[in-house]
Design a protein around this ligand. Structure first.
Ligand code: G6Q
Length: 547
C-alpha cells in the first residue's frame, strides 16, 4: 500500500536515507574506490544488451540497500504491478498508463478495463506496415501519379519529440531516397523552411496529434493543406497527401482527412510515451516495418526486465533511485545527459520532455503540496565531445553538483579510421576525471607554479553513470528509451507524484487560445482581464504587428 495523505518524508526509510545522506553523501569517490576496488563490478548491471556502470555514483555500501528499502516502503513493486495490470494509475485523468502494451508481442494479453488491448495494437501495427511498405516502394502514388519523395510529420510535444529523436537516432538505417522533415512550431518560419524546397506533388504530410485539437499542429496542418491545394488545385489530392495519427476520429474527419487514412492509438498512452505507437509512423516509414519491430522488441526486453528483476538488480529501478538520491538527498538541481553518438543529438531534448513533463510536479497523488523535498531535476545535455569544449568546465570545476549520464556504444555505425577510439577515449576520460579529479599535490608534482595550483586542481567526486551498448541499433534504442521511461516512473513513485498527467501543458493551450482574438480583432479589445504588464505587451504588439 502507498501512503495517501502523509508525506513520504515521514517514512522511517526516508528518514534513514536522509540521515545517511548527511553522513555518507559527501564521501569522496576516491576513498570509496580505495576501500572497495570491487565496486566497479558490484555496481554494474547488465540487461537486454545494455551495461550500466553506477560505480561512479556517490554510493557507500549502505546507500543502495537504503534506497531499495525506501522504494519498498513507497510500494514500488505494487505500483509496477498496477501499471502492467492496466490499472488507472494516471489518477487525475482516470486513465491507465499502459505504453508497455505498445511493444507487447502478439501472443501477450494486457487489459484495460477488462479489454485485451494487445490485439488492437497489432491491428494498427499491421495497417502501419502495409502503408509504410506502399510508400517506401513507391506503390503509394501522390495525386498526380508520382511517388512520394518527402514525408513531413506535423506534430508537437509528444507527437514530435519522440519521432524526430528516433528518426535522427536511426538515420543510419533509413531509406535515403525519402526526405524526412519534422514541423512542430507554430512560428511560420518552421513551416516555410520545412517546405520551401519540397514539391507538393511528391510530399506526404502525417498530421500527428493525440487530441487533434492542438493549436500549433492544426495551424500547421491547415497551412499545409492550403499549400498543397494551391499547387494541385483539387480537393481530392488531400486523400493522397495527408494521413492522420490520432485518437480522435471525429476531429480528423472534420479536418478533411478520410479516416481510412487514420492510424489510431488510445487514451491510455501519454503523448511523451507514444513514440512506439502509431505516432511512430514516420519512424516506420524511415526504417521499415522490420526494423520498427526490432525497436519494439528492444522496448519489450526492458519492460520484462523491469517487471521481473529484483529491485536491487533492476536497471530502471536503480537508475531512477539514483536520480532521486542525487536530486532529492544530495541536492543536485540538474542532471546532464551526454550521448557520445552524433545520432543521439536529439536524445537530450526528447528526455527533457519525458522526465520534466512527467515529474515536474509539486503536488502528490493525494493532492498534498510538496514543500519538504525537491522533485524532478532539470535535464539537459548535448552530444559529446562537443559539450566538452563548452559547458563541461562548469561540471568539472564549478560550484554546483551536476550528475551526468554518459551514453556510448562499442561500435560506430560509421567506422572511420581512429575516430571511434578517439570518441570513446573521451567518454571514459571524462567520467574518470569527474570522479577522481586532480589533487593539489598531483598538480604540484607536475611542476605547476604555486599561483596556478588552485586553478588547475579538480576536486572530483562528481558523480556519473555510464550506459553502454554494442551498437546503436533499433533494438538498442528501444531498450534505452524504455530504461528512461521506467526510470522516470520509479522517480515519480518515490516522490509520490503522478508521472502521467501534464496540467501545466494543458494550461498553456487554454491561455494562448484566449489571447488570440485580442491580437487579431479589428476593434480595440477589452484587456481589463489581464494584468497591466500583459495588457501593455499586447498593446505594443497590436501597434506593430503589420507593417
Ligand atoms: C505529452 C503532452 C504533450 C502533447 C502535445 C501534443 O505527454 O501531453 O506534449 O504531446 O501537447 O498534443 P497532441 O498530440 O494532442 O497534439
Amino acid at each position: 500500500m502507498t501512503l495517501s495523505q502523509g508525506s513520504h518524508t515521514a517514512l522511517p526509510e526516508w528518514k534513514a536515507l536522509a540521515a545517511h545522506a548527511a553522513n555518507a553523501g559527501a564521501r569522496h569517490l576516491r576513498d570509496l574506490f580505495r576501500e572497495d576496488p570491487g565496486r566497479a563490478e558490484r555496481y554494474a548491471l547488465e540487461a537486454c544488451g545494455l551495461r550500466a556502470d553506477f560505480s561512479k555514483q556517490r554510493l557507500s555500501p549502505d546507500t543502495l540497500p537504503l534506497l531499495v528499502r525506501l522504494a519498498e516502503a513507497c510500494d514500488l513493486p505494487g505500483r509496477i504491478a498496477a501499471m502492467f495490470a492496466g490499472e488507472p494509475i494516471n489518477t487525475t485523468e482516470h486513465r491507465a498508463a499502459l505504453h508497455v502494451a505498445l511493444r507487447a508481442p502478439r501472443e501477450a494479453t494486457l487489459r484495460v478495463a477488462g479489454h485485451d488491448v494487445v490485439s488492437d495494437v497489432h491491428a494498427v501495427l499491421g495497417r502501419m506496415a502495409a502503408f509504410a511498405e506502399a510508400v517506401r516502394s513507391g506503390g503509394w502514388k501522390g495525386h498526380t501519379g508520382r511517388p512520394i519523395r518527402a514525408v513531413v510529420n506535423i506534430g508537437i510535444g509528444g507527437s514530435d519529440l519522440g519521432p524526430v529523436m528516433a528518426y535522427e537516432a536511426l538515420r543510419h538505417f533509413t531509406l535515403r531516397n525519402l526526405d524526412f522533415r519534422f514541423m512542430s512550431n507554430v512560428d511560420g518560419t518552421d513551416f516555410a523552411e520545412a517546405t520551401r524546397d519540397l514539391d507538393p506533388a511528391e510530399t506526404l504530410f502525417i498530421v500527428s496529434s493525440k487530441t487533434f485539437t492542438t493549436l500549433e499542429t492544426l495551424a500547421n496542418a491547415r497551412t499545409a493543406r492550403a499549400w498543397l491545394l494551391a499547387a494541385l488545385g483539387d480537393e481530392r489530392a488531400v486523400a493522397r497527401h495527408f494521413v492522420a495519427v490520432s485518437t480522435n476520429a471525429a476531429e480528423v474527419a472534420a479536418f478533411g482527412i478520410d479516416t481510412a487514412n487514420m492510424f489510431g492509438f488510445w487514451d491510455w498512452i501519454g503523448g511523451r510515451y507514444s513514440m512506439d505507437s502509431a505516432i511512430g509512423l514516420s519512424t516506420m516509414l524511415a526504417v521499415g516495418p522490420e526494423r520498427f519491430a526490432d525497436l519494439l522488441a528492444g522496448f519489450h526486453a526492458i519492460d520484462e526486465h523491469f517487471r521481473t528483476a529484483p529491485l536491487a538488480a533492476n536497471m530502471p529501478v536503480v537508475h531512477g533511485l539514483l536520480a532521486v538520491w542525487n536530486a532529492t538527498f544530495l541536492g543536485a538541481h540538474t542532471i546532464a545527459v551526454l550521448p557520445y553518438d552524433q545520432y543521439l543529438k536529439r536524445f537530450p531534448a526528447y528526455l527533457q520532455q519525458l522526465t520534466m513533463e512527467s515529474n515536474g510536479k509539486r503536488v502528490t497523488l493525494a493532492g498534498r503540496v510538496i514543500d519538504d523535498y525537491e522533485t524532478s531535476p532539470v535535464y539537459w545535455g548535448e552530444p559529446g565531445t562537443n559539450g566538452q569544449h563548452s559547458f563541461y568546465q562548469l561540471i568539472h570545476q564549478g560550484t554546483r553538483l551536476i550528475p551526468c549520464d554518459f551514453i556510448a556504444f562499442a561500435r560506430s555505425a560509421n567506422p572511420l579510421g581512429r575516430h571511434h577510439d578517439l570518441l570513446m577515449s573521451n567518454v571514459f576520460a571524462q567520467a574518470e576525471a569527474l570522479a577522481f579529479g586532480r589533487t593539489a599535490e598531483e598538480v604540484r608534482a607536475e611542476g605547476v607554479a604555486e599561483a596556478l595550483v588552485p586553478h588547475k586542481t579538480f576536486p572530483g567526486n562528481r558523480p556519473s553513470t555510464t550506459l553502454l551498448a554494442a551498437e546503436l541499433t533499433p533494438h538498442a534504442l528501444g531498450s534505452l528509451v524504455a530504461l528512461y521511461e521506467h526510470s522516470t516512473f520509479v522517480q515519480g513513485v518515490i516522490w509520490g507524484v503522478n508521472s502521467f498527467d501534464q496540467w501545466g501543458v494543458e494550461l498553456g493551450k487554454v491561455l494562448a487560445n484566449r489571447i488570440v482574438p485580442e491580437l487579431e480583432s479589428a476593434a480595440e479589445p477589452d484587456l481589463s482581464s489581464h494584468d497591466p504588464s500583459t495588457a501593455a505587451l499586447i498593446r505594443w504588439y497590436r501597434a506593430r504587428r503589420k507593417k
